[in-house]
Design a protein around this ligand. Sequence first.
Ligand code: NDP
Length: 257
Amino acid sequence: MSGLLQGKNVVIMGVANERSIAWGITKSLHNAGANLIFTNRQERSYQKLVKLLEKHDIEAELIVACDVASDESIQQAFSEIKEKVGTIHGLVHSVAFANREELKGEYANTSREGFLVAQEISAYSLVAVTKAAKEVMTEGGSIVTQTYLGAERVIPNYNVMGVAKASLEASVRYLAEDVGKYGIRVNAVSAGPIRTLSAKGVSGFNEKANVIVEKAPLRRNVDQDQVGDATLFFISELSRGVTGEVLHVDSGFHIIG
Ligand code: NDP
């Protein structure tokens, strides 16, 4: 796979630590030769990222702060990317957030505020960053986000995040239509459950992982590296005929009734 992304500049949003899905994606894109630009929200994530890059001997083209809750922060981040890197060819959106207390019990108990926060950070953020990224994707490009089966089916405790992911997946389709005329593609990877910092916030992670081993065609859970390689496919020209798509990287679990 080496060389597939040689000379391509790709922005990765959402590395919090070694377990982050975005870190699996980082390794896949790095191995394919991409120049990587990172965005972080928290200082803690920035520190972890710097250490990880050092440990794995990966050189970042640029690391910028970006809080997707703020239009100003997004604007600043992409202005800095434009100024220091110029054109970008890919964007990986691996960002989501919901209040922990909304990720258990009944969806019917979701608060207005909790609903809006989940939608803003987990779905609207893709719209906002697509708007900013298309200005720097002057040679066309590929945008990839991360979703989950809870968008399509009722998964216990996933609640408000499932509804936000449904909105995210619909946004993938609407955005794909908007930016297709500029040669930009928008797709999503729908991963099976992976133990990360965010996944810990949803009650009943073990049950979700166990049912994959029991029922999925491949009888095993997926990991960050498998999601990384599927994202590499979407970022690269191998998927040049694909846009508006949701690709399940879940050992086939979604086909089982
Ligand atoms: P992580 O906790 O490792 O990553 C979540 C990232 O979201 C963090 O880097 C965090 O940044 C970032 N983030 C949250 N709020 C903001 C904000 N306001 N502005 C900018 N960044 C923000 O968890 P995952 O790797 O699991 O999650 C990545 C994506 O994968 C999410 O969309 C998640 O829903 C999705 N996914 C996860 C699955 C799983 O089982 N783990 C399955 C399917 C999809 P910071 O740390 O700096 O706050």
